[in-house]
Ligand binder design. Structure first.
Ligand code: ACO
Length: 360
């Protein structure tokens, strides 16, 4: 039996390729670094969805995505006080679940528009602030920052677009696999995305960057990193933002995000002290992990610099996974369409190790 399906190939895809030995991620023929450096979210969605929907050009898709954000905002009334007491990821998931399954392009855009409109609204309402209505004429990243009430000048918008393009798709990770399993039953797009949403929430997957901030806050100063990290490992804890099932070298998305942080810093954004602390923590963690696990290469993963970047863009740590969803939902949708178009029902087998019936 293969633990955790490690090494098992469960789907054929044209969407993305993760080379764990070389530390390379290709999304529809583009290196992740080039997507992060030059693409806007709408362009990356168009690239990813090509062949899976009857698509307009990028400007047309951006306009329809803007309309989807606006339509979603009208449904904010469904955000009652019970939902607001939940974690943001749970509140946004509950709101997204109100959408019917709809296989059309508008159905797919409604999912992206909902997560984009609800995430900043939930963040603001939890702080006692009024939600800010979307402006459908703006780009997706700019409008998300604007709805959050965060700086939305070109440097901040570029940084968020870089983040969205970096995390939009990543092979058959746990959440994408979950989405494909649901799509393989022909349940529909909303159902598939909600499966992805739920899988992404866990701290071993997309829930890691919030705890990265808690780790940095706990460490406080660069000089305190080795002792703090050593104590955490001694307690049997995992260091959040390190290690990966596929990458045996540095996760290329970490570098794409570090480049985005550097570009933001050049424009006066972010906090240089935070970046120095993060680099000291990264250095100390890699040193410790190499000594503790010499046979298991453990390097920095995407979530470490995700935490730094989303913090610099004014997202609170408890909403980081929602921001990941905002982009990765486009990947789940493409995988769901690919799976439904050609894939067979996913139905592995289990090995029964329980008791046998007692003979009468
Ligand atoms: N800190 C300390 N030890 C670790 C870490 C870590 N971050 N990651 C793995 N290890 C250790 C494990 O304890 C295990 O040790 P053992 O063999 O003595 O029990 C060994 O390395 C192998 O660990 P596995 O769980 O088998 O490795 P797997 O490939 O399944 O795990 C995972 C990958 C879940 C990402 C893991 O590295 C981890 O928990 N990292 C921290 C959480 C994190 O950063 N998650 C985000 C991942 S990126 C993403 O999903 C978007």
């Amino acid at each position: 039996m293969v633990q955790g399906l490690d090494g098992v190939i469960a789907a054929q895809t044209v969407l993305s390729d993760v080379d764990g030995q070389a530390g390379r991620l290709v999304i529809r023929g583009r290196d992740v670094a080039s997507l992060a450096a030059g693409f806007r979210f709408e362009e990356a969605v168009t690239l990813l969805w090509e062949g899976f929907f009857d698509l307009p050009d990028v400007a047309g898709l951006a306009a329809r995505l803007g309309q989807a954000r606006q339509a979603a905002f009208g449904d904010l009334a469904a955000l009652d006080p019970v939902l607001l007491r939940l974690e943001p990821i749970e509140a946004v998931r509950a709101l997204a679940a109100r959408l019917p399954d709809d296989e059309t392009l508008d159905g797919a855009l409604a999912i992206l528009g909902r997560v984009a409109a609800f995430t900043p609204a939930v963040v603001r309402l939890r702080k006692g602030l009024d939600p800010i209505a979307p402006d459908p004429a703006r780009g997706h990243a700019e409008d998300v920052l604007r709805m959050l009430g965060a700086p939305s000048d070109p440097a901040h918008v570029r940084a968020l677009d870089a983040y969205f393009c970096t995390v939009i798709d990543h092979g058959l990770n746990a959440s994408t696999f979950a989405a494909r399993v649901v799509a393989s039953t022909r349940a529909g797009l909303t159902s598939s995305v909600l499966a992805g949403f739920s899988a992404l929430k866990g701290p071993l997957h997309g829930g890691a960057p919030g705890p990265v901030i808690a780790m940095l806050d706990g460490i406080g100063e660069p000089a305190g990193a080795p002792a703090w990290l050593e104590a955490a490992l001694a307690r049997g804890e995992r260091l959040m933002g390190f290690g990966h099932r596929i990458y045996r070298v540095r996760d290329p998305r970490a570098d794409a995000l570090k480049d985005a942080l550097r570009a933001l810093a050049l424009a006066g954004g972010g906090d240089p002290r935070r970046m120095r602390l993060a680099e000291a923590v990264e250095h100390a963690a890699l040193d410790l992990l190499r000594r503790r696990k010499p046979d298991r290469p453990l390097d920095v993963n995407v979530e470490f610099y995700t935490a730094l970047l989303l913090e610099a863009l004014d997202f609170p740590p408890d909403a980081f996974t929602c921001v990941f969803d905002l982009s990765r939902a486009a990947g789940w949708i493409a995988h769901a369409r690919e799976q439904a178009a050609g894939g067979k029902l996913i139905r592995p087998q289990s090995l029964y190790v329980g008791p046998q019936p007692i003979a009468a």
